[in-house]
Design a protein around this ligand. Structure first.
Ligand code: AMP
Length: 280
């Protein structure tokens, strides 16, 4: 497993690879969710590249860039259990030199949900992923459904900008309690982490109502909110029920495949999760 820190070195290494190249972009503090993406890349591709880069452009000023969990040595140890041909670890000043001035803005699926709460987030995500795609030049790239909207924004960017890359969605990996694994779970103490499983219980209940034939938007949304708010550590940012295809919010009747997604400040930590109901 090569550890590469410069773009030039990565390009030289890339020239030596022939065949399919799977790419897993991450911000580190790796857990089983990230590793499931690496495992899938190993199954699909001849080579697997992982990047670890805490991207300052996707954090707003009041967010947790300075405290975001980082443990590169541990990450590299976890990755050694898989076939990882190279880990790309660029420095921030290399990705964004002082005179940096080019950004990627997706202007449809990025607008609601996370885009509404975090207005510059997807511009940061699309820009760094675009840059990493240009450097790594993968044939496939693996993204978690945990970040459902991100997956759609990246898929749209790849389609619109003609990147010759297959975007492969990977299922959400959860703790036994149901809590979606996330690097930010490291901020929670054990008690709060247990209690945070209420988020999954709530969205699962929403899905169950839909499965049982309830189509009324407000009834389902209220039921999901009520379960979350029964936990006093929880402060809801949003609960959304949107078309899973377009991400447009339903208003009265839920009459197609639905994405129930939530952002909750839990004991001060912003957690997101989602679940899909397929009507067909
Ligand atoms: P991050 O390091 O949080 O930027 O995540 C890097 C990649 O891992 C993204 O494609 C995420 O969607 C994915 N990911 C993070 N948590 C999970 C999880 N619990 N299950 C599946 N994929 C995940």
């Amino acid at each position: 497993m090569k550890i590469i820190t410069s773009v030039e070195e990565f390009r030289t290494f890339r020239h030596t690879l022939q065949g399919s190249v799977g790419f897993v972009p991450t911000m580190g503090a790796l857990h089983k969710g990230h590793l499931s993406l690496v495992e899938k890349s190993n199954q699909y591709c001849d080579y697997t590249i992982v990047s670890i880069f805490v991207n300052p452009q996707q954090f707003a000023e009041h967010e947790d860039l300075d405290t975001y969990p980082q443990n590169i040595d541990h990450d590299i140890k976890l990755l050694s259990a898989f076939t990882v041909d190279a880990v790309f670890l660029p420095h921030s000043h290399m990705m964004y030199p002082e005179n940096y001035s080019t950004y990627i803005n997706e202007t449809d699926v990025s607008l609601g949900l996370e885009g509404k709460s975090r207005p510059t987030f997807f511009r940061g995500v699309a820009t760094i992923v675009s840059k990493l795609f240009n450097i790594v030049q993968p044939s496939h790239s693996f993204f978690g459904e945990k970040d459902a909207q991100q997956l759609r924004v990246i898929s749209k960017m790849v389609e619109d900008l003609n990147y010759p890359i297959d975007i492969v969605p990977c299922p959400i990996i959860r703790e036994d309690s149901g809590l979606a694994m996330s690097s930010r779970n490291k901020y929670l103490n054990e008690d709060a982490k247990q209690k945070a499983s209420v988020i999954y219980r709530a969205i699962s209940h929403g899905k169950k109502l839909l499965k049982n034939g309830e189509k009324n938007y407000s009834i389902i949304k209220d039921a999901v909110e009520k379960i979350i708010l029964a936990e006093e550590l929880a402060d809801i940012d949003y609960v959304s029920i949107a078309s899973s295809k377009t991400l447009k919010e339903f208003s009265t009747t839920i009459d197609e495949d639905a994405l129930i997604s939530v952002a909750v400040n839990f004991d001060g930590v912003r957690l997101i999760d989602n679940i899909v109901h397929s009507s067909g």
